[in-house]
Design a protein around this ligand. Structure first.
Ligand code: PMP
Length: 305
């Protein structure tokens, strides 16, 4: 948990958590002007390894560009090194890593042309986001009454702090209703993604996933697309409707925090057999092998410390 954090990397220095502070008048706090990443580190036979580190840091810079930051005081390779340094400083074998770039402006303006970008990186041991049992038992979800952002309102390709207000609305509603996770529809009414995961469905021999145009381009989603073609499945990216979810044979979520979890129930309708399906299990197993360094694709995707 975050209580295990020993050091947080703040603008190039490792500081103790109580010293990793941001001014009260930070525009990041008031207007959500930050961009961030969620990355996992896995314990492998060759020691701790960060999964797809370069891709995550690249997406962080893309998010910064989309939001409108101009001068990030570090390069992508410097932040990759900083992530490794943070994991080492916390003597962590596995867990979650959270780099964040935040805006701070001396005149309290939300014009991103002024002010400056600051970078922090935290890392802590963290297990399954949707619960320890989710990997085997799956989760229950509802279609949220809150819509996913329109692609031209907030920028859905970017992990911008403020974008996550929408996720918080949806997730809180789901938990209060007794579900584990929220599935969000886009303003046209098609299935977009979850509060913090992408979504796939299996219908017969087809695996479907919403097109990337209006969703976050998940790195786990990308990993799964590669693993599926490796396993001989074709994944079709096309619009997905709410009722297609109900009649799917299998539905699963993918994300760095959640990893790959089966969805056994949506809106009180049992999905398929009500248990993790065979296709989901097969993909989950190859995903597990990849992140543990036991798959031919592991080599290119794991950054060993
Ligand atoms: N969608 C949203 C809205 C997310 O926050 C996340 C988590 N980053 C994902 C999808 C999954 O992305 P990834 O696989 O890169 O973690």
């Amino acid at each position: 948990s975050i209580a295990d954090i020993r050091y947080i990397w703040m603008d190039g220095k490792l500081v103790e958590p109580q010293n990793a502070t941001v001014p009260f008048l930070s525009t990041a706090l008031h207007y959500g002007l930050s961009v961030f990443e969620g990355i996992r580190c896995y314990d492998t036979a060759r020691g701790p390894a960060v999964f797809r580190l370069r891709e995550h840091i690249h997406r962080l810079f893309d998010s910064a560009k989309v939001l409108g930051f101009r001068d990030i005081p570090y390069s992508e390779s410097e932040l990759c090194e900083a992530v490794k340094e943070t994991v080492r400083a916390n003597q962590m074998r596995y867990g979650y890593i959270r780099p964040l770039i935040y805006h701070d402006s001396p005149d309290f303006s939300f014009n991103l042309g002024g002010g400056s970008a600051h970078v922090g990186i935290a890392a802590w041991p963290w297990g399954a986001y949707l619960g320890e049992e989710a990997a085997e038992k799956g989760v229950r979800a509802n279609v949220s009454s809150f819509l996913h952002h329109h692609v031209n309102v907030t920028m859905t390709k970017a992990k911008i702090g403020g974008n996550y207000v929408s996720s918080a609305l949806a997730k809180t509603e789901s938990i209060r209703l007794g579900f584990d996770e929220a599935i969000m529809l886009d303003p046209q009414g098609y299935v977009a993604e979850c509060s913090g995961e992408n979504l796939f469905l299996v219908r017969g021999k087809r695996i479907l996933t919403p097109h990337s145009a209006s969703i976050l381009e998940g790195i786990t989603r990308d990993t799964i697309l590669t693993l599926c073609s490796d396993l001989g499945y074709t994944v079709v990216e096309e619009p997905v409707s709410r009722d297609q979810l109900y009649i799917a044979d299998e539905v699963f979520f993918s994300g760095t925090a959640a990893e790959l979890v089966a969805v056994t129930e949506i809106d009180f309708r049992t999905i398929g057999s009500g248990r993790m399906g065979t296709v989901t299990r097969q993909i989950q197993q190859s995903f597990g092998a990849v992140v543990r360094g036991e798959h031919p694709l592991s080599e290119g995707w794991l950054a060993y410390l």
